[in-house]
Design a protein around this ligand. Structure first.
Ligand code: BES
Ligand code: MN
Ligand code: ZN
Length: 504
């Protein structure tokens, strides 16, 4: 999709479909809507007067203006109450409008950021509109050879802006937003790919590919080197599969030499059958998404490098497939992790924390100022919080606050669960130092308590994305299926840190 900025008025700019965003119950049309109403012979006002459209959140109305109006179609979309406006509402409204436009087979969208008097900057508005449109229109169709879902792909999105001073800022924000939304779509593609086409080796190749043409450096560790290093927890999980594991290391040095390093760790389980502790058949197919954390880390690093963010970043993705097999690890086994701590296997289905344990230990090599891990770690987190929010646990209040703020700005919100020392008891081992499951009660918390044993005392936050990583039903600007969650959260976290001068 081509993104462009044009100087002028929305109502004068020829387009197959113009989006006009309106607030709830406002009698007098403001901003770009006023001009469109005038040029369309009062059609917008008419729709409002008849009561067909009141501007409620995500309500839409389609209008066909008569010539000589250069707009072939106008889609009015509701933003709700003006006093309650957020970037998230704008993302959702533009996603709704864009999908409706696609269903009409119109190939281009134009929009204005002039919603009347608003306290949001042109940058925030531009990013919200571009994210809404591009993320809302995402489809995964790589494997459809026959009839595709209806609706021609939308070829272009133009923002029409009258104010010359804002043009440059909007253009720059569009570029940024293009990089970010590209990365979210990359993460969604990686997660949507079936496990037979996205093995640990494939994921490593994708990481290598994502580094191309950027300042990212990608290294990939295979099983022989893992053995030498002592990553036996990662090796144990991979043992039941004929697909060899990979440990992916991405490095981006955009900050000061010798400056602080932030490490992102992403769970890269390309398929989680549960192993010998086999999962029930129902919904098992979803478990191809168990590398969503890894995908988010790869995609976020790619975007950071393409945006030249002034920060030093490392991305670590332990990648493996969890299958039962003749060489599989078993319940009762004791494995020695890279940290030296021994772990008793209670269930082979609690595999994520094992591969993360070795990756978190490895993260210590970088003496990180912060470690953030993302993982589709527990069904318990889905039970506790549903799919609207990321579960957050960690050992550093400042880091948690920064993530909470980044969550509110990006719309990828986090909700904290307690990580009190009382929970440590539940993961203490009988014959070994630790056991890999604390049972059903407090499952999301005991999983994090387990991870905390491998963080080496560095500031650390764990994000359990098991809920929002995969949607059974589309919502707002996230189509059904892989959401790409975490990419925008991590990028917002880094950008805010850079803006506060802590990033280099
Ligand atoms: N990948 C799953 C967690 C998961 C479950 C993500 C459902 C998304 C939806 C993880 O490896 C797992 O199996 N966790 C177990 C842990 C338990 C055995 C201690 C779980 O949550 O049931
Ligand atoms: Mn599992
Ligand atoms: Zn898993």
């Amino acid at each position: 999709m081509k993104l462009s900025v044009k100087q002028g008025d929305l109502f004068r700019s020829a387009s197959e479909a113009a989006v006009v965003a309106l607030f709830e119950d406002e009698e007098i049309l403001q901003g770009a809507a006023a001009g469109v109403d005038r040029e369309s012979g009062g059609l917008l006002g008419e729709v409002l007067n008849r009561g067909d459209f009141s501007g409620q959140v995500n309500q839409t109305s389609l209008i066909y203006p008569r010539r000589p109006c250069p707009l072939k179609r106008v889609i009015a979309v509701g933003l709700g109450k003006r006093s309650e406006i957020t970037p998230e509402r704008i993302r959702g409204a533009f996603a709704r409008a864009a999908r409706q436009i696609r269903s009409l087979n119109a190939g281009e969208i134009s929009a204005s950021l002039d919603f009347g008097n608003l306290a949001l900057s042109p940058e925030v508005l531009t990013e919200a509109v571009v994210e809404g449109v591009r993320l809302g229109l995402y489809r995964f169709e790589s494997f459809k050879t026959g009839k595709r879902d209806p609706g021609r792909e939308i070829a272009s999105l133009s923002i029409v802006e009258a104010d010359a001073a804002s043009l440059r800022r909007i253009r720059a924000a569009m570029k940024t937003s293009k990089v970010i939304t590209d990365s979210v779509c990359l993460a969604r593609d990686l997660v949507s790919m079936p496990a037979n086409e996205m093995t640990p080796r494939d994921l490593a190749n994708e990481a290598r590919k994502s580094a191309r043409g950027t300042k990212l450096r990608c290294r990939v560790v295979g099983p022989a080197a893992m053995r030498k290093l002592g990553m036996k927890a990662l090796l144990a999980v991979a043992a039941g599969s004929a697909e060899p594991p990979r440990f992916i290391i991405l490095e981006y040095r955009g900050g000061e030499k010798g400056g602080p390093v932030i490490v992102f760790v992403g769970k890269g389980l390309t398929f989680d059958s549960g192993g010998i502790s086999l999962k029930p058949a129902e919904k098992m197919e979803r478990m191809k998404d168990d590398m969503a954390g890894g995908a988010a880390v790869i995609a976020a690093l790619r975007a950071a490098a393409r945006l030249f963010l002034p920060v030093n970043l490392v991305g670590l993705v332990p990648a493996a497939e969890n299958l039962p097999g003749g060489k599989a690890y078993r319940p009762g086994d004791i494995v020695r992790s890279l940290s030296g701590q021994t772990i008793e296997i209670v269930t082979t289905d609690a595999e994520g924390r094992l591969i993360l344990a070795d990756a978190l230990t490895y993260a210590g090599r970088f003496k990180p100022a912060a470690i953030i891990d993302l993982a589709t770690l527990t069904g318990a987190c889905v039970v506790a919080l549903g799919d609207h929010v990321i579960g957050m646990l960690g050992n550093d209040d400042g880091l948690k606050r920064q993530l909470r703020e980044a969550g509110d700005l990006s719309g990828e919100r986090v909700w904290e669960l307690p990580l009190w020392e009382e929970y440590d008891e539940l993961i203490r081992g009988e014959a070994a130092d630790l056991k890999n499951s604390g049972g059903r009660a407090g499952g999301a918390i005991t999983a994090a308590a387990f991870l905390s044993q491998f963080t080496g005392g560095y500031p650390w936050v764990h994000l359990d994305i098991a809920g929002p990583a995969w949607l059974a039903k589309e919502k707002s600007y996230i189509p059904k299926g892989a959401s790409g969650v975490g990419v925008r959260l991590l990028l917002q976290f880094i950008r805010s840190r850079c803006a506060q001068g802590k990033g280099d």
